[in-house]
Design a protein around this ligand. Structure first.
Ligand code: NAP
Length: 467
């Protein structure tokens, strides 16, 4: 004979009904709030609703298969659960209160007869597991994570080469992930502009933000590829607010044109993600006469961001995320040779110097725009297995493949900087895996007297030529 057991827990949270519903109904994100869950995966495409399926991998080593059977937006979710251990019906009820939302979580578990012994001990265990899940849900929705501070351990690991390099791999990501907090910020009224969203980290970022309901503008150079991608994202996420702007970002004329179109649209930008990039070897000059690494990786994000400043300001808390690289640690800025025309050319050096330059610009924007509430940060993704890495560094890719992160893991800090409430409390920093890292680990890469100003003057001068 089968045995059933019931869980019934209620919490009150100071979050509007629509925000609480949006976060909890994206049920794969249960991994952020239920300590018993290892990973949540959404198995079906399209808008969330009746028929949506999730697979929830438990830390105990088995998986739960959820199917949404009833869906009343901002009111009620009913899901059936299948697994090797038990079946269940889970109901989540949402009610608006004067101070926020009341959430009631009811679950009825049924154990097959062979497991009735387990079920006899189960109510107590289940009660504890259920209570800690619901407490986690409350904590996640309260969204009061501490302001991030630099950790001495992280700074020390960066100084010691090997631990620093291990942190670039998937093992570094997995270690850092254990300490990460949920991000329940509501994105349904926010807009992000992402460059380089057709591949790798940019694509992973777009997929995550689209699923969370953010309005997206994808800036890409290949119209057919970008249009296909936007269609696919809309279909898979059920989020129709995804548009495309076409620009070859190594051409400053294209950058100014796309910025002007965005300015004309007047839509505030909550997050500008300067991600597009490539490692160029041998030296290449654009049709505008600029060395490609400098044009694409430094001057382009500089011009785009400077021009989009009014829209970032209008967002009241606009954020800029500059995607840099750990390669930056090897180079200092050479403001008198921004186009790598002196001596022999190395694509990796030109790339690292351009990223170094954007770090300097990140600091400058952070202090200049503090008064406007604009937050500017830089990050590096570690080593992620993307088409860009495979094509530009084939030998490195072959050798390190088992240790590379997935694009989603590399993009995690981009998404966090763009969306987490606590990430907006720190500006002008360099991040990996949601942790602050120093911008330099070698004293030889530090800027020499006057270098920062020379760089900023040169960028302003170049940008004037194209305006
Ligand atoms: N993956 C890593 O381990 C790693 C490590 C350090 C830093 N990064 C940085 O992360 C960012 C993303 O790299 P990824 O690894 O995801 O590379 P990826 O897979 O090659 O993606 C690069 C993206 O940038 C776009 N792009 C390149 N040149 C462009 C141009 N001229 N105009 C417009 N878009 C352009 C590409 O568009 P197409 O699809 O049209 O080519 C693509 O969408 C880059 O800034 C890179 O420097 C990556």
């Amino acid at each position: 004979m089968s045995k059933t057991t019931r869980l019934d827990e209620t919490i009150e949270v100071a979050r509007p009904l629509n925000e609480a519903f949006a976060y909890i109904s994206e049920f794969n994100r249960i991994e952020e709030w239920d300590p018993a869950v290892a990973k949540g995966i959404r198995l079906t495409d399209g808008p969330l609703g009746v028929g949506t399926k999730f697979r929830i991998d438990m830390k105990a080593g088995f998986s739960l298969y959820y199917t949404v059977t009833e869906w009343e937006a901002e009111h009620r979710l009913l899901m059936t659960v299948d697994s090797k251990v038990f079946t269940a019906v889970e109901e989540i009820l949402f009610v608006k209160t004067p101070t926020g939302t009341r959430i009631r979580y009811i679950a009825i578990f049924t154990f097959p007869s062979a497991l009735t012994l387990l079920a006899k001990t189960f109510p107590g265990v289940m009660d504890r597991v259920g209570k800690s899940a619901v407490a986690g849900m409350k904590r996640a929705l309260e969204d009061k994570q501490p302001t991030p501070v630099a950790s001495r351990g992280v700074l020390l690991a960066d100084k010691l080469l090997l631990p620093g390099l291990v942190s670039f791999t998937k093992f570094g990501y997995r270690r850092a992930r254990k300490k990460q907090n949920p991000v329940s910020a509501y994105l349904g009224d926010r807009h992000a502009v992402i460059t380089g969203a057709t591949s790798g980290l940019g694509l992973a970022t777009a997929e995550i933000l689209a699923a969370r309901g953010m309005s997206l503008t994808l800036v890409a150079r290949d119209k057919a590829k970008a249009t296909r991608l936007a269609k696919d994202l809309i279909k898979r996420s059920g989020n129709p607010r995804i548009q495309v702007e076409i620009a070859d970002l190594s051409l400053i004329g294209d950058v100014t044109a796309v910025a002007d179109r965005l300015l004309k649209s007047g839509k505030p930008i909550d997050a500008l993600i300067n991600n597009a990039g490539a490692l160029t070897n041998p030296r290449k000059v654009t049709t505008e006469g600029l060395e490609t690494s400098f044009a694409l990786l430094l001057l382009s994000p500089y011009v785009l961001t400077e021009r989009l400043y009014p829209l970032l300001k209008q967002a009241h808390g606009g954020r800029v995320i500059n995607v840099l690289s750990g390669g930056m640690y090897a180079e200092r800025i050479h403001p008198d040779d921004l186009q790598s025309s002196k001596g022999s050319y190395s694509g990796s050096v030109a790339y690292a110097r351009a990223k170094r330059g954007l770090m300097i610009v990140t600091n400058q924007w952070a202090s200049r725009w503090k008064k406007d509430g604009i937050v500017v940060n830089a990050m590096h993704p570690g080593w992620a297995d993307t088409p860009g890495v495979e094509s530009s560094l084939p030998a490195f890719h072959r050798l390190t493949r088992p240790f590379l992160r997935s694009p989603e893991e590399g993009a995690d800090t981009i998404v966090w900087l763009a969306t987490a409430t606590e990430a907006a409390k720190v500006s002008g920093e360099f991040w990996l895996d949601r942790q602050q890292h120093p911008a330099h680990i070698l004293s030889r890469t530090k800027e020499r007297a006057g270098d920062k100003q020379r760089l900023l003057d040169a960028l302003a001068e170049f940008s004037k030529k194209f305006s």
